[in-house]
Design a protein around this ligand. Structure first.
Ligand code: DGY
Length: 323
């Protein structure tokens, strides 16, 4: 009998049809995000799960799924999954690193430039009809912050952090970085996190969300940032204390921010960052290009196919389950 696999969203890419040939595949067709209660009912009795970063895979869910043999997430980040609980049950977890590196670095740089040069604020100004004779070009009209020649602090010098560093080099920036494990990258000066925060005109976050990085940029760390600095976050919202960031942006301690990710997604209407004109906001689109999303989907499917065929997943977060 074919094994049952639940896929929590329709996927792009070319390989989903291969998976359909190998199992009894059920795909959630929406509309919108899959509710947690529906995940629980659809997953009951399934051997495999292909999910998104919006699906919470926790102990309670796993306890109710004794037949589950693999989980494959179409994401590089796996903070939505209780990895330890999966490992304890010997269940491999697949993810999709690598293919989204350049796309996400582009997003970080787009937010950095947009925040520095007030692009979103200026766009709103023009569309509102505020660009009038009385309110037109003047020496200090929409002045922002120079990127060229400024110092960029990269928090987390993994693949995406390094791709951001390469882009920064093209803008003539001095690049400094902090990483939990020692790392040597040409053209990048390694500093402690506190040193980085104190000297950077721009800070871009590229660490994964884990117990050690939750609230890494809390009020005290934000307080160490260089006055007038810009913060960019394309990693995970839970890494930054959003209230402390909003306070620093509102009182002028920081000049701007570019934020793609939030502690609670979709962002809540009362999130204080939404009320600030100096924050450029995007809805978690760091890896959102047609090509990259197709590659991510194909990797997630490749992990699922390997698991179904009794092979090691090509990208496995907890390979120790195969020992
Ligand atoms: C991921 O894959 O974890 C990213 O956040 C998607 O953009």
């Amino acid at each position: 009998m074919m094994r049952k696999v639940f896929v929590t969203h329709q996927l792009p890419g070319g390989r989903i049809h291969e998976l359909a040939q190998l199992c009894d595949m059920n795909v959630w067709m929406g509309p919108g995000l899959l509710p947690a209660s529906r995940l629980r009912s659809e997953l009951a009795g399934c051997h495999g799960l292909v999910c998104l970063l919006t699906d919470r895979i926790d102990k309670t869910l796993l306890d109710a799924m004794p037949a589950l043999q693999f989980v494959s997430s179409m994401s590089v980040g796996v903070d939505h999954v209780d990895v330890q609980a999966l490992s304890e049950r010997g269940i491999p977890l697949g993810n999709t690193p690598g293919v989204l590196v350049d796309t996400t670095a582009d997003t970080a740089f787009a937010l950095l430039l947009a925040a520095a040069r007030r692009v979103a604020e200026a766009d709103r100004f023009v569309r509102r009809g505020d660009w009038t004779e009385a309110n037109a070009w003047a020496p200090e009209f929409f002045t922002g912050k120079d990127v060229s020649g400024a110092t960029l602090g990269i928090v987390g010098l993994g693949e995406i952090g390094q791709a951001v560093a390469r882009r920064a080099a093209g803008f003539g920036m001095r690049v400094v970085a902090w990483n939990r494990a020692p790392r040597e990258v040409p053209g990048v000066e390694m500093l402690t996190l506190d040193e980085l925060l104190a000297c950077s005109d721009f800070v871009s976050i590229h660490v994964a969300l884990a117990q050690e990085t939750r609230n890494l940029l809390d009020a005290s760390k934000i307080g160490l940032m260089k006055p007038g600095a810009v913060l960019v976050n394309t990693a995970r919202g839970g890494i930054v204390d959003e209230n402390a960031l909003a306070a620093a942006l509102a009182n002028g301690r920081l000049s701007a921010a570019g934020i793609d990710v939030f502690a609670k997604e979709p962002v809540l209407a009362d999130n204080p960052l939404l009320a600030l004109p100096n924050v450029v906001i995007t809805p978690h689109i760091g890896s959102a290009t047609i090509c990259t999303r197709a590659l991510m989907a194909d990797m997630a499917v490749a992990n699922a196919i390997a698991a179904l065929q009794g092979q090691v997943m090509p990208c496995c977060v907890n390979p120790q389950v195969y020992d």
